[in-house]
Design a protein around this ligand. Structure first.
Ligand code: ZN
Length: 309
């Protein structure tokens, strides 16, 4: 969510080369591996990461991490930014893109460049701790190592389907641990509510589509007691959810935002494709634009699901 009113304007340049797209090999869309819930799967990529510096690979040999990646399924957890991207109802503006150039030059090559403008908090984005915590980390101050970690996926979609204001309960976290084991340190907790199916439909997604009014929102998210536990007892790195906020729609005190901000834990909002992730075993990478002093930023979030082999 956002209460900030300062849009961020940026200029992007992209060079289109004829035939470039055809020259780039496309990753096969492998059939998603069935859920693999063992702890050993969780650590597969982490192990590779920790040992990669010791690798003595020659040019003809893939590094351990590259080997894992070459066999993994890579999932995109970000929504596309376009004119339909949803922003908080009080946001003064939304995503805008302007064509600066697109066409063939008189020198014989194609050239495309755009300028875009967006508030920090809209679409798939990160909440830096400073969003709700004075003197806490800004976007560029979040250690990159914290933005990569084991993805713990807690599925509350059934409860949310019955109660659209559902909040993750401590009992849900306990039940997850009973089934899959203790949540690892520096985990990124992803709350699957099923809400990304409503993305693009403001009324269905937020619960209300009254312009400028955030007082009647209804969507599920995290609950304060559960998050307090995750922060204090499990030392998580971040939270992520497939709704518009890490607090649920009716929240007015934004307690979850404040709890994570105090602990320098980040939040990810408006994620998608969480239904395609195993409860444990994937590694999340959520890399935001490195905005100096940013309270939030657009994020390209991906999940790496190692092969079950
Ligand atoms: Zn936000």
């Amino acid at each position: 969510m956002s209460t900030l009113r300062f849009p961020l304007c940026l200029l992007i340049l992209s060079l289109g080369l004829v035939g470039f797209a055809q020259a780039v090999p496309h990753r096969d869309n492998r059939v998603l591996a069935q859920s693999t819930t063992s702890q050993s799967t969780t650590s597969q990529l982490t192990t590779s990461r920790s040992t990669i510096s010791q690798s003595t690979t020659s040019q003809s040999t893939l590094s351990p991490l590259a080997t894992v990646l070459s066999q993994a399924t890579i999932l995109d957890l970000s929504h596309t930014y376009d004119e339909n991207t949803l922003y908080w109802p009080t946001s003064p503006s939304n995503f805008k893109i302007e064509t600066l150039a697109s066409g063939w030059t008189d020198k014989g090559y194609f050239y495309a460049a755009n300028a875009f403008c967006t508030p920090e908090h809209g679409g798939t984005h990160i909440d830096a701790p400073i969003h709700f915590g004075e003197n806490k980390q800004t976007v560029e101050q979040i250690p990159v190592a914290k933005l990569i970690g084991p993805a713990v996926v807690i599925d509350v979609s059934a409860a949310a389907a019955k109660n659209r204001d559902y909040q993750l309960q401590l009992a849900d976290v306990r039940a997850w641990e009973d089934q899959y084991g203790k949540i690892p340190e520096d985990a990124i907790i992803l709350l699957r509510t099923g809400w990304s199916q409503y993305w693009g439909d403001r009324k269905a997604y937020l619960g209300d589509d009254t312009p400028g009014d955030a007082s009647n929102l209804h969507f599920p998210s995290f609950g304060a007691e559960a998050v307090q536990f995750l922060v204090e007892e499990r030392s998580i790195a971040g939270l992520g959810v497939d709704t518009a906020s890490i607090d649920n729609g009716p929240s007015t005190d934004f307690l979850v935002h404040r709890i994570v901000a105090d602990a320098n834990v980040f939040g990810l909002e408006n994620l998608t494709n969480l239904d395609q992730l195993p409860p444990i075993g994937a590694t999340l990478m959520a890399l935001p634009m490195k905005i100096a002093g940013g309270s939030g930023a657009p994020v390209r979030a991906i999940a790496i699901i190692p092969s079950a082999d």
